[in-house]
Design a protein around this ligand. Structure first.
Ligand code: BGC
Length: 764
């Protein structure tokens, strides 16, 4: 009786708290609406159009066009926001100009704060490999704290494009191939950037990008066309954008690509029917860099035509093109757009500024004191180092080559061993390269006094000088040696012969992935491979420390190199973190979030493919009249979810709390994981399901859950996942989100390939 009344009291209390919160939010919203309606009643059409204009401050540019006469445009009220300008001093000066404009409307200040700010964290693909949502959220939190201390209040992140083609360089900027994991990471990043209240000084508004389907650009070529079925869109590619918006992201950026015949920037179905009507998004939509004027090249008309098309489709803010600024008034006068469309876009941008508190105080993010105190703190750098160690993926470790012992002589060879600017990775526009340790410095420091570290270049990054220049853009510098290839190798071999072990720092330079960095050959460049083969021939143990911004083809390396540690690009503390993992101070625990193919011809290769009518049964390779290749098996080199540890883990058989799942109920699937190794380690335990019979074809496996656990040597833990009808839902052919009764399988394992399985039924 007592218990019931307590529960009643509690629920009444909760009800009142929720209603009180809702009431407060409604009052706040009313206040905002009144303020903006009042402001807009004073605005001229030109001033309204001015708010839709986003210009670059020029610190980092990603296209041929740059903004001009910025200051005079701001003074005239012709600019709504600026990106690529930092520091409280510069931002204050620019905001002061806006404060002298007729209506004193503050500017919003954006930036590509992609994986940390000055404290740069590992690239997003690497962060995803940690499978650690609270860690990822904290990286975004630290990034927002530092960036907002430096005057910024809007970040062009998270990038949530599902990507299954490693030829596309921008896979480095996202979370990889999986919809479920990608959605979880998208939410974590939005929470990290925005916190609970955008008015807090250490938060910034997120801009989810690139809407939509940019990761599916044909042939992995950047900015290329996407053509996709609704089944694939709704089930595989759209959920992460939706998840980020549901988590409260205040803005979204439109992608460059064409979608089924209509470029995203002019795509009314995408930007209005889906985004606004189906999803109910209330924030604002920005184009990408010159996305509006690029519609001319897409073949949709002249600047006036495409600007009108883009506004009417649902773009609110025009980044760099100035198509809105220079043509919308004419289009309004000619009846090609209407004032309601301009008003709507203007209102959404003003609302964002209101939510950020800029109307209360336009200089609230301009504090030199905060900038001096909160950026690159020892605490943030320590966190960056810890974070990096959690993102590395141990791909191979034969005969326990790793961890290294702290004695003897190590030969550190390779073009990536002695460079600072390549360590933090693509899109680290705010990193100060000069203070980033090289791998040579980091490894020597972590190795300590009893280890001698020798170094030689060993090879150029790429034999062709022109290609090396392309692959080291944006101030990334790799020493180049113009002696004949064999002489450079011979020098390295001499050093290797004087050493007990070789660490080969090879792979891609940071700008060989990221924007405008697609590759058709995703292997280690030939000249480096030649060096690697020569190093192996010395008979010394070789550890390949692989720098990569994408899955690479490593079939030869996997056969011949005893140990491979994939370190991606690990941020400002990457060098020390690599040392921590190589010497075993930290046990690696990263797992791949994109499949590594055996060769480029297998691409796109991803785990959650459909079964086809002619799948292979248990055959490993070729079988005539089945879906496979003559020259390579269907298997990846390293599957999704894969990554080794210095410990080993054993998975017990799976148990179900019940083998039938009823609507509204839940079942538990569990297993016991044991550390059978000699050191403590972390393991990412993964749950997949398969829907065996459906009204449309279903993937052979889908990730539904994961847990990262820590186990001491000999320790066992039971890991349980809860499954409900909700987890089994998908968009059917009528685009209804349903779970269909029938037979299912659940799988648990250390990666998608090496799983144990159990059957269950969904009944209705
Ligand atoms: C990229 C965006 C980026 C923007 C602004 C574009 O080229 O596609 O991801 O946010 O530039 O720098």
């Amino acid at each position: 009786m007592k218990k019931i009344s307590f529960l009643l009291l509690l629920s009444t209390f909760t009800f009142h708290t929720v209603t009180a919160q809702a009431q407060k939010a409604a009052i706040e919203k009313q206040k905002m609406d009144n303020f903006i309606a009042n402001l807009m009643s004073k605005m001229t059409v030109d001033e309204k159009i001015g708010q839709l204009n986003l210009v670059t401050g020029g610190e980092a540019t990603t296209g041929a066009a740059v903004s001009t006469d910025v200051e005079s445009k701001i003074a005239k009220g012709n600019v709504g926001g600026i990106f690529s300008m930092t520091t409280p001093q510069k931002i204050r000066k620019t905001q002061e100009i806006a404060m002298k404009s007729r209506l004193k409307i503050p500017l919003i200040f954006g930036q590509d704060v992609i994986h940390g700010y000055k404290t740069t964290f590992p690239i997003p693909l690497a962060l995803a490999a940690s499978w650690d949502l609270s860690l990822i959220e904290k990286t975004a939190r630290v990034a927002a704290t530092e960036a907002s201390a430096d005057g910024l209040n809007w970040t062009f992140s998270p990038m949530v494009d599902i990507s299954r083609d490693p030829r596309w360089g921008r896979v480095a900027e996202g979370s990889g191939e999986d919809t479920f994991l990608g959605s979880e990471i998208a939410k974590a990043m939005v929470r990290g950037y925005q916190g609970n209240d955008l008015k807090q000084l250490n938060t910034m508004m997120a801009c989810v990008k690139h809407f939509a389907l940019y990761g599916a650009s044909e042939a992995g070529r950047d900015y290329n066309t996407t053509d996709m079925s609704l089944d694939r869109m709704y089930n595989e590619y759209l959920p992460p954008y939706k998840a980020a918006l549901d988590a409260g992201a205040g803005s979204i950026m439109v992608s460059f690509n064409d979608i089924n015949g209509v470029p995203a920037t002019a795509n009314k179905w995408l930007l209005t029917d889906l985004l606004r009507k189906q999803w109910g998004f209330k924030g604002f939509v920005a184009s990408d860099y010159t996305g509006v004027s690029e519609l001319i090249n897409h073949g949709l008309g002249d600047l006036q035509t495409v600007s009108a098309l883009s506004l009417k489709a649902g773009t609110d803010m025009d980044m760099v093109s100035e198509g809105f600024l220079t043509t919308l008034k004419k289009s309004l006068n000619e009846g090609k757009v209407n004032i309601a469309q301009i008003n709507n876009a203007c209102r959404l941008i003003l609302e964002a500024k209101y939510k950020l508190g800029l109307f209360d105080d336009p200089f609230r993010y301009c504090s030199e004191e905060r900038a001096a105190k909160e950026i690159l703190t020892p605490e943030n750098l320590k966190f960056a180092r810890e974070t990096a160690t959690k993102t590395f993926v141990l791909l191979k470790n034969e005969k326990q080559t790793l961890p290294l012992k702290r004695t003897g002589t190590i030969a550190l060879i390779g073009p990536l061993a002695n460079t600072r600017s390549n360590m933090p990775g693509t899109w680290s526009v705010n990193a100060d390269f000069d203070r980033i340790p090289t791998l040579l410095e980091g490894l020597t420091e972590v190795a300590g006094k009893n280890v001698k570290v020798l170094h030689a270049l060993g090879s150029n990054l790429i034999a062709d000088e022109k290609q090396q220049i392309w692959g080291t853009a944006h101030g990334r510098d790799i020493p180049r040696d113009n002696r004949p290839e064999d002489d450079i190798i011979a020098e390295a071999i001499k050093i290797a012969n004087q050493s007990d072990l070789v660490v080969a720092a090879l792979g891609e330079a940071s700008e060989m992935s990221g924007e405008s960095s697609s590759r058709t050959d995703i292997g280690i460049p030939d000249t480096q491979k030649k060096l690697l083969a020569a190093l192996i021939k010395t008979g010394k143990p070789v550890v390949l420390v692989l720098f990569a911004g994408r899955p690479m083809t490593l079939t030869w390396e996997n056969e011949h190199v005893p140990a491979i540690l994939n370190v991606w690009f690990g941020g400002v503390e990457a060098a020390r973190a690599i040392g921590d993992v190589l010497f075993g101070d930290v046990n690696p625990s990263g797992k791949l979030t994109m499949t590594f193919p055996q060769n480029v011809g297998q691409i796109p290769l991803y785990y959650s493919h459909k079964n086809t009518g002619r799948p292979l049964d248990n055959e490993k390779w070729f079988f005539r009249f089945r879906s496979n290749y003559l020259d390579v098996s269907n298997e990846p080199l390293y599957p999704f979810g894969y990554g080794l540890s210095y410990a080993t883990f054993n998975y017990g058989d799976l148990k179900l709390s019940s083998n039938t799942l009823k609507p509204g109920q839940k079942i538990t699937v569990s297993t016991t994981v044991t550390n059978t190794g000699k050191v403590a380690g972390q393991e990412v335990v993964q749950l997949y399901t398969r829907d065996l019979v459906g009204s449309s074809t279903r993937p052979v496996k889908e990730l539904k859950g994961f847990q990262k656990i820590t186990l001491q040597p000999g320790e066992s833990k039971m890991v349980s996942f809860i499954l409900s009808e909700e987890n089994l839902k998908f968009f059917n052919n009528d685009l209804k989100f349903v779970a269909e009764p029938g037979d299912f399988k659940a799988f648990i394992g250390p990666n998608v390939r090496d799983v144990k399985e159990i059957d269950f039924k969904l009944v209705k």
